[in-house]
Design a protein around this ligand. Structure first.
Ligand code: MF3
Ligand code: CO
Ligand code: CO
Length: 255
């Protein structure tokens, strides 16, 4: 499938969708505390998206996904299903929010600390965020996807972490997952060249231990094989003439 280059008008609509997705993370942050269940976080996000934002939570029923957000705790890598289990002191939690507004998607995720996680969990969380940020800072026309993947991989591995290979960033627009695939590992000078009007996510999944993962019997939740903690951060970007615009930037967030 070809990469869809968005018009200025389409990017304006994606700006709205991206802002709404970011706003869900801003809204939910104070609720991510010890004792809350991820099912409760899902319900609060769902009601905010549907009733306040008048938008659509994209994960709900996507290929059969049963909830409106993904919540991945500790050694869960991604696509965790919100559940009645309570968060506890020391947990690290990824909440991944995707909303559809006026036909376009905005997709973003961040990590939260519950109380004081241990040093290894805090380390992998920081490295994953740095991987996302250094890649975002590289995005401009002419840069190739392999350049981004290689830089992300090098940063993670230099700091004793590993990159999950089975899942990647993606083009995004009218569809949740469009071409191209945005790998978080690779070789500089390879892959397609970025051009203005491309919209895609970068969402590195970084493990504190080995890179290998397995799928739980629920057929959604991905965990690390060695049960090491895993972290992920995600933004939706648009390539501009001179760099990129982060469509899901949160208030006060500096990249
Ligand atoms: N939000 C995820 C991504 O970043 C996809 C979740 S698909 C779901 O691409 F079905 F699990 F919600
Ligand atoms: Co995504
Ligand atoms: Co996402």
């Amino acid at each position: 499938m070809a990469i869809e280059i968005k018009t200025a008008a389409e990017i304006e609509t994606m700006r709205v969708a991206g802002r709404l997705a970011a706003e869900v993370l801003e809204m939910i942050a104070p609720y991510v505390v010890a004792g809350v269940t991820t099912e409760e976080l899902d319900r609060i996000c769902h009601e905010h998206i549907v009733d306040v934002q008048k938008a659509i939570p994209a994960p709900l029923n996507y290929h059969g996904f049963p909830k409106s957000i993904c919540s991945s705790v500790n050694h869960q890598v991604c696509h965790g299903i919100p559940s009645p289990k309570r968060l506890k002191d020391g947990d690290i939690v990824n909440l991944d929010i995707t909303v559809i507004k006026d036909g376009f998607h905005g997709d973003t995720s961040q990590m939260f600390f519950v109380g004081e996680p241990n040093q290894r969990a805090r380390h992998v969380t920081r490295i994953a965020m740095e991987c996302l940020y250094l890649a975002i800072r590289m995005v401009r026309p002419g840069v190739r996807l392999g350049d981004l993947g290689a830089a992300i991989q090098r940063h993670a591995e230099t700091h004793g972490c590993s990159i999950v290979r089975e899942y990647c960033g993606h083009g995004i627009g009218r569809a949740f997952h469009e071409d191209p695939q945005v790998l978080h590992y690779g070789t500089p000078g390879t892959g397609i060249e970025l051009v203005p009007g491309m919209t895609f996510t970068i969402e590195p999944m970084v493990n504190a231990g080995k890179r290998h993962v397995k799928l739980l019997p629920d057929n959604w939740t991905v965990i690390t094989k060695d049960r090491s903690p895993s972290a992920q951060w995600e933004h939706t970007l648009a390539v501009t003439d001179s760099g990129c615009e982060v469509l899901t930037l949160r208030r006060g967030e500096v990249i």
